[in-house]
Design a binder for this molecule. Structure first.
Ligand SMILES: Cc1cc2nc3c(=O)[nH]c(=O)nc-3n(C[C@H](O)[C@H](O)[C@H](O)COP(=O)(O)OP(=O)(O)OC[C@H]3O[C@@H](n4cnc5c(N)ncnc54)[C@H](O)[C@@H]3O)c2cc1C
Length: 415
């Protein structure tokens, strides 16, 4: 079957990989050149530990408090925008404990399936991508942080995700090369980390070798349909691309594109920042998340990347220095060796997480358009869930039984 994928982020490329493996003829279309965007500069964590959806009890109260702190990790730019207001209402409804209970096992299964696929890919792709399967530390410095992390760890163990509570000296033993100040931590030994830009290059390389066609600098503007099927994609150059099957994997841009097909799939762009420090003298060797500050720290080869912040601001690339300062100021509270001043020449990267309101991705066939499959809305976990999403997309196309139950992930569940 001939398949066109719109979007060459991690979701599009992983879909291309598993579709090609299943013997399909695949083309990937991207408005960029397959070297930039959310899938390249993220924190590189592969996180079975993250089984709780973003929409969960308590998160709204926390978010409201953060809204009024200029360097906090969360912000919504106040504006009268109907999509944003609907999204917030759906988010509020999804925070109900019953919805969270329903979502957790699905996220667990997606994450664990994806981690297994990463283990395979680390051996199967020709180029290396600094993949290390050594776990992840959730670190805390306050009694409230401790309470939250230990409670999540208890739930993790109940649902089959291994989590080990550690004392400050046990945390320090894991990091002999640098000082760690904590009240304690939780180790999730099943997590992994990698260099996302290298993973993306390794995928592009492999896909090119296996005959996948790449169409860079090609922005899909709209669709042409006939009898409930997409027949052509129309590009910014007024080109018409004839299609047989289409996969939409356009990240934060997906909602807008789908409006052209009268499909409602709410997505907000959760802007985040990362900063990469080249070869610091002293640094941790395990990835960690600073619980109270929501900052992620990941060793990547000899470098160190830290990232955080979620701003719902309407797709602006502008860097808010206060948010980046917020990230930087959290670091030395846990790692005194990482006191990094905010300077003009810091390598600051911006990316837009495609956030669904219920914290679950959208994966599956469209109900309205027969030859359209959608994959997106992975928010903070798109890198982690790339491989399993790609595999599921291939299963959908081949009408096989999906490896993970897709009933809660339907792309038109909010329509
Ligand atoms: C600071 C930060 C840290 C993060 N850390 C992690 C982490 O540690 N672990 C993790 O799992 N996830 C992490 N994430 C989230 C992860 O990066 C995203 O979930 C993931 O990259 C989304 O992938 P995607 O393929 O859906 O979207 P994208 O990577 O945005 O790809 C979509 C592609 O579609 C293309 N496109 C859009 N519209 C069109 C169009 N009309 N025509 C043609 N092409 C189009 C775009 O150019 C883009 O290349 C992080 C995100 C941020 C911001």
């Amino acid at each position: 079957m001939k398949i066109h994928i719109i979007g060459g982020g991690v979701i599009g490329l992983c879909s291309a990989y598993y579709l090609r493996q299943a013997g399909h003829e695949v083309s990937v279309i991207d408005q960029g050149d397959f070297s930039e965007g959310c899938s390249f500069g993220n924190a590189g964590m592969v996180v079975p530990s993250h089984f709780v959806p973003l929409a969960s009890p308590g998160v709204i109260a926390k978010g409201l408090k953060w809204m009024f702190q200029p360097s906090s990790p969360f912000f919504i730019k106040p504006r009268l925008n109907i999509s944003l207001l609907q999204w917030l209402w759906q988010f509020y409804r999804a925070c109900h404990p019953d919805r969270v209970q329903e979502a957790m096992p699905i996220i667990r299964d997606l994450n664990q399936g994806s981690k297994e696929l990463y283990d395979e890919l680390s051996k199967g792709l020709a180029l290396p991508f600094d993949y290390e399967s050594r776990g992840l530390l959730m670190l805390y410095r306050t009694p409230k942080g401790e309470q939250e992390e230990l409670s999540t760890a208890a739930t993790a163990n109940q649902i089959g995700v291994e989590a080990r509570a550690l004392t400050p000296s046990e945390v320090q033993k894991l990091e002999p090369d640098t000082t760690v100040n904590t009240l304690g931590g939780v180790l999730y030994p099943g997590d992994a980390h990698l260099a996302p830009h290298q993973f993306m290059s390794a995928l592009v390389n492999d896909l090119r070798q296996s005959g996948v066609t790449f169409l860079p600098q090609t922005q899909v503007k709209t669709w042409q349909t006939s009898k409930g099927k997409v027949t052509h994609l129309l590009t910014q150059h007024k080109e018409k691309i004839e299609v047989d099957q289409v996969i939409l994997a356009a990240g934060s841009w997906s909602e807008k594109l789908l409006r052209g097909l009268n499909i409602k799939m709410p997505i907000q762009d959760g802007k985040g920042y990362s900063v990469t420090l080249p070869e610091p003298a002293r640094r941790p060797t395990l990835p960690s998340i600073l619980s109270e500050d929501k900052v992620a720290i990941t060793p990547m080869g000899k470098d160190l990347r830290f990232g955080g912040t979620l701003e719902l601001g309407g797709m602006s690339n502008a860097v808010n220095p206060n948010r980046v300062k917020g990230i930087l100021s959290a670091l030395p509270q846990f790692y005194p060796d990482l006191a990094i001043p905010y300077q003009q020449n810091l390598d600051i990267w911006v990316g837009f997480r495609p956030c669904s309101p219920d914290g679950l991705p959208y994966i599956g066939p469209s109900r309205h358009i027969q030859n359209l499959t959608i994959a997106g809305g992975h928010a903070m976990m798109g890198l982690s869930l790339g491989p399993i999403t790609g595999k599921l997309v291939a299963e959908v196309i081949d009408q096989k039984k999906p490896s993970v139950n897709l009933s809660l992930l339907h792309p038109e569940r909010f329509a």
